[in-house]
Design a protein around this ligand. Structure first.
Ligand SMILES: [Zn+2]
Length: 387
């Protein structure tokens, strides 16, 4: 069945064939969807016939957000840690252990209910593709269990056994890396598309350059694509390793040397910025302008997790990117849609040109600019199109 979506005051297509305007904006537009795929987009006056019609009444339509970095399989709550941080305590990744204990103790049903609840919360805010990481199990059984649950809701599953060194391996990080690259990877790879590492020599809980390389190379040998938590707390080796090994994305990129920026500009690795983390840890933001001006592909994602950033709102991240990182509203929206798709190496999402998945988000506003112009206002949601 085909459906004509009409009454679109402004349609952001991100049509990848249009270089004159990366957002590919059409005004007074319409779009035809068939079997879950966009088959036509253009001026409303030229719209073809369809089996039925949905009039969105002068609203803006944008591609559904692609949240390429989220940690949604967990139990427990770290509001007290947030309060302590806002009262002056420093963030160093150590609180992850609290979530690990709660996650290990939770039943599959509890973890699944939380995961499904968060995905629904995201969808209500316009997010239609979500990457989900493990990383709060940190045993062979618990990591595999978290990835099995994630694989039930998204194809974009990421094995993050190397999130932190769990307490029982304190001072034995290399032994833990051997577990991650051996039996844990073997149990998790069947449920994962990606492997990721928290590369952060500045944190006593995370992994250094050699350990990161070992995890990424083992993941690649098991057939997984690569992603890296890189340069969040210091200008460590994460970004350069990500580029060298051909990772799809280097995430955070908060502390970069000029060598890091040059490496990103010369490679195929997307720089995924997560400004909700800097907001929620009261830290300096990444220099998005420096990356964009160097020609680096930039994505925006939430990093939704119970510790360093518990927002599920891509619109909030867009507002932060515009206000705090000097991205234009157009750059921020592109990064939250097409940029996220690039970070997941997906060509079927993040845009609305013919052939794309019919993942539409509708704004209760006439233009995409309102996403940043009206921060905190729930303007955007996924458009539900019954098949
Ligand atoms: Zn993360």
């Amino acid at each position: 069945m085909s459906r004509l979506v009409t009454g679109i005051a402004e349609l952001v297509t991100n049509d990848p064939t249009r270089d004159d305007d990366p957002l590919g904006v059409l005004t007074d537009a319409a779009l035809v969807v068939e079997d879950g795929t966009v088959v036509w987009a253009g001026p409303a006056a030229d719209a073809p016939e369809a089996d039925d019609q949905l009039d969105v009444g002068g609203r803006a339509v944008v591609p559904g957000f692609v949240d390429s970095h989220a940690h949604l399989v967990f139990a427990g709550d770290r509001a007290a840690e947030f309060e302590a941080r806002m009262s002056g305590a420093r963030y160093d990744g150590g609180g992850i252990g609290t979530t690990v204990a709660a996650t290990r103790a939770a039943s599959d049903a509890e973890l699944r209910d939380r995961l499904i609840g968060l995905l629904a919360e995201m969808r209500r805010q316009g997010t239609t593709t979500v990457e989900v990481k493990s990383g709060y199990g940190l045993t062979v059984e618990d990591e595999a269990r978290c990835l099995r649950l994630a694989a039930g809701v998204t194809p974009e599953t990421t094995f993050l056994g190397a999130h932190v060194v769990p307490a029982e391996y304190a001072d034995r990080a290399d032994e833990y890396v051997a577990l991650v690259t051996g039996p844990m990877l073997a149990a998790c790879a069947p449920h994962a598309r990606w492997v990721d590492v928290f590369c952060e020599p500045a944190s006593a809980h995370a992994f250094d350059g050699d350990q990161t390389r070992a995890v990424l190379e083992a993941g690649r040998a098991a057939g997984l694509g690569l992603r890296v938590h890189a340069n969040q707390l210091s200008a460590g080796p994460g970004v350069r390793l990500a580029v060298e090994l051909g990772a799809a994305s280097a995430d955070h990129c908060t502390h970069l040397t000029s060598g890091d920026v040059d490496a990103l500009a010369g490679g195929t690795t997307v720089a995924t910025l997560l400004p909700g983390v800097e907001f929620s840890t009261r830290s300096p933001y990444p220099d998005a302008r420096r990356l964009l001006d160097a020609g680096v592909t930039v994505a925006l994602a939430t990093d939704c997790n119970p510790g360093s950033c518990f927002t599920s709102s891509m619109a909030f991240c867009i507002a932060l990117a515009v206000r705090e990182m000097r991205m234009t509203p157009a750059e921020a929206l592109w990064a939250a849609t097409a940029g996220g798709a690039a970070a997941l190496r997906r060509s079927d999402v993040g845009h609305l040109a013919p052939g794309a998945r019919a993942d539409l988000a509708v704004l209760d506003a006439p233009s995409h600019r309102h996403l940043a112009y009206r921060p905190g206002v729930p303007l955007v949601s996924a458009l539900e199109l019954p098949r």
